[in-house]
Design a protein around this ligand. Sequence first.
Ligand code: BES
Ligand code: ZN
Ligand code: ZN
Length: 512
Amino acid sequence: MKTNIVSTATGKANVSALFFVKKSVQFSNVLSENAEKQVESVLNGMEDGPFEDLELLEIDGQSTLFVNAAKERGLSSLDHLRMAAFRLAKKACKRQIPVVSIMLADAAPEQFKSILLGLHYADYKFDAYKSKQKEAFQVTFELVAGEHTAEFKKIAEEVAVENKAIVLAKNLINTSSSDLTPAEFVENANTIAKYTPGLSIKVRNMKQLEKEGFMGHVTVGKGSSHEPYMITLSYDGSKSSKKAAKNARTSADHLVFVGKGLTFDTGGLCLKPPKSMPEMISDMSGAATVLAAIQAIATLELPIKVSAVCCLAENAIGNKSVLPGDIFTAKNGKTVMVDNTDAEGRLVLSDGLAEAGLIGATHIVDLATLTGAMVRALGYAVAGFFSNDDALALNVINCGEACCEKFWSMPLEEEYADALKDHFADLKNTGSDAGAIAAALFLQEFVPEDTAWTHWDIAGTAFVNKAWKYTEYGATGFGVQTLIELARRMSSVASEDAANKDTDGEYVAVEA
Ligand code: BES
Ligand code: ZN
Ligand code: ZN
């Protein structure tokens, strides 16, 4: 796929596409009188039959694709646009239409972004394991932007960066576990750090983890022939980026992402049933998502300090595997009894949270395919999240909404906290029947003091077993966009704060 953003139609298009919602054409006021009449009858035909939601028809001598952008239940209007653009791109590809023109002169920036993302989503395929790779037909989309051309070109550059990150996360998640061991993940992260200016990387192997007391990784990873690693990626946009210089931003915020990176989860000695096992190739989704997000944030040069911690291990069965009942001391000094070896994610995350504290996090977001309970509670369309900070929680909801990623706030219910207590150790890694809450309460025990924290349980949303919205079977890339948006909003709030200071660095009154 290729996209060209032009101010007026070049006349090279074989087909024009019109988006419509409820009998009204969007973004186009350039139809002739005759065409408008024809369009009206088509839209009527789509509402009452016989036309489908996507029709290629001749209007005013011009081949026109009619794209219904108001179909699916429960989606926001921006998500409808993504879906519509996705379907349009698939159809254009199938029909082998070389150039499609879309009139977007009247679109708002976020509508433009949604359409572009929908086109990008349609371009994704994961055929690395197919014996024959099919060459997809290359469609060029001519996006007619009128007076928004310069603005939309800039947005398109940002969308390309975000899409690259989404594709990176999906490719890592879809790759089989024997091909993406913790060491292979480290290789990928090293390459990304090498080619992303401003991004640095620190890698700890088994020996270093053990020496420094990151025993969650050691406990989970020691049963596998593939050793565990913890990666810390750092980007300081508060000092080095061009945008920071322009904004004179001096915020003390340090946003740290922590990702669960189980390259495979057999369940360990508490073995999983065979049916639910193949999907565990996606148990490193949290780590892939935080790696992808920080790559995009650094590339976009957002004026904020961000780090990403990837907690990598393989939960396997071997002669050194952790035994149920074993007790280890976590990095923050608390002792933990491993009640169930399948509740391994929270053990590696205890190290990731400790590392976030050591590097000075003010805000932590952890992402983890943590519990089957979350899959049963909210399914694949909504991620449950927890937070110890109301402002951060609100930010998560708002950023998610802007990115068409749904979040639902879950309680850190203290009444269930006692269930985590163990007879011998301070804690055990299982708790109350409310499994997703128990896991979040366990994590909370390892959150550094005075740190705003949110935990996203993406067990349901990271990977789908059937085509859904604009993703095929497999990884969805869920979370990448919301993390980028969170960094973007946190940095722009700080920039506004900086702008509201007078020359002595004091805040000046701002009129509402
Ligand atoms: N990786 C799984 C959670 C999971 C389940 C992710 C389904 C994606 C889809 C996690 O490590 C796990 O096995 N959790 C256990 C915890 C239990 C033993 C306390 C679970 O949820 O069953
Ligand atoms: Zn598990
Ligand atoms: Zn797991």
